[in-house]
Design a protein around this ligand. Structure first.
Ligand code: AMP
Ligand code: MN
Ligand code: MN
Ligand code: MN
Length: 270
């Protein structure tokens, strides 16, 4: 019953372990899953083993946060060799830079009078496997210290950490073209994630010329009209369409299977 090719585990900013994600996928009746943690491959071994055990098709993936002409593009890399030295080493450096960024965010928060320190952040990160850190960890620390309350609409995230927020620090770890190259060299297929959030897609031709192989068409944030338009663009530019829920395990956000892609679109990944 379809493939969910965009999910996050507790190796990046998701709640569940890769094995639990496979169990959840099986319960949902999904045929296949791709684990696409942000900037890390460390959950993939466990994910593949769990898939084999459960009889769920698993596709190794990663979601890389990249910069292209001042804009943040998220690039998914499917079917990567997750033991590839070049890719692993580069991602370790990306995570070093993420740690530095988190420290800068903390400084900005402190300057704005927010009482949050590195120790508070480390406490929250204890639930994360590996060194990954992102804004959701800082958000959880702000909630834990009750600096942000219930926040059902996540206004607190925007207020402190959003692009217009008190303590926003943009990413600068990785250029998009470098990410495309890294994924290709690791034997993977690069795909542009959730293009529906971008102002325009003028960059697609250049990205395709540099190895982009697909675009994410099916995503919980894409309306039916956006999906139709993206399918048309995918067809026109000979990019294969992918899809997934972007499940993080967060209450109130998209659940696993909330967006899926049919097998016929993604044979190239199997
Ligand atoms: P980062 O990669 O550190 O910039 O953090 C981005 C992550 O924050 C995304 O992958 C989402 O998991 C999460 N996120 C982004 N926007 C929001 C929001 N408005 N509310 C809650 N979480 C968010
Ligand atoms: Mn995330
Ligand atoms: Mn993303
Ligand atoms: Mn994602």
């Amino acid at each position: 019953m379809g493939f969910d090719l965009h999910i996050h585990s507790n190796y990046s900013d998701g709640l569940y372990s890769p094995s639990v994600l496979v169990e959840l996928g099986k319960e949902q009746g999904l045929t296949g899953l791709a684990l696409t943690d942000h900037d890390t491959l460390n959950g993939l071994e466990e994910f593949r083993a769990a898939g084999e055990e459960a009889g769920v098709i698993t596709i190794p993936g990663v979601e890389m946060t990249t910069q292209y002409q001042g804009e943040e593009l998220h690039i998914l890399g499917y079917r990567v060799d997750y033991y590839h030295d070049g890719l692993r080493c580069r991602l370790e450096k990306v995570i070093d830079t993420r740690i530095e960024r988190a420290k800068e965010i903390l400084k900005k928060l402190q300057r704005a009078g927010v009482d949050l320190c590195w120790d508070d952040l480390e406490k929250v990160c204890q639930d994360t496997r590996g060194r990954y850190i992102g804004r959701p960890h800082i958000y959880l620390a702000l909630k834990k210290k009750e600096i942000i309350g219930e926040d059902p609409e996540r206004a607190g995230f925007q207020y402190y950490l959003g692009p217009e927020g008190v303590a926003y620090v943009p990413h600068q770890e990785l250029q998009t073209l470098e990410a495309l190259d890294l994924i290709s060299k690791a034997g993977g297929l690069p795909v542009l994630a959730h293009p529906g959030r971008l102002e325009n897609l003028r960059m697609l031709k250049t990205l395709k010329g540099n190895g982009l192989a697909g675009i994410e068409v099916f995503h919980p944030t894409h309306s039916p009209e956006v999906r139709v338009e993206l399918l048309r663009i995918a067809d026109q530019l000979e990019l294969f369409p992918t899809g997934g829920s972007d499940f993080h395990g967060t209450a109130g956000a998209a659940q696993m299977g909330a967006a899926t892609v049919e097998r016929r679109f993604i044979e190239v990944l199997l």
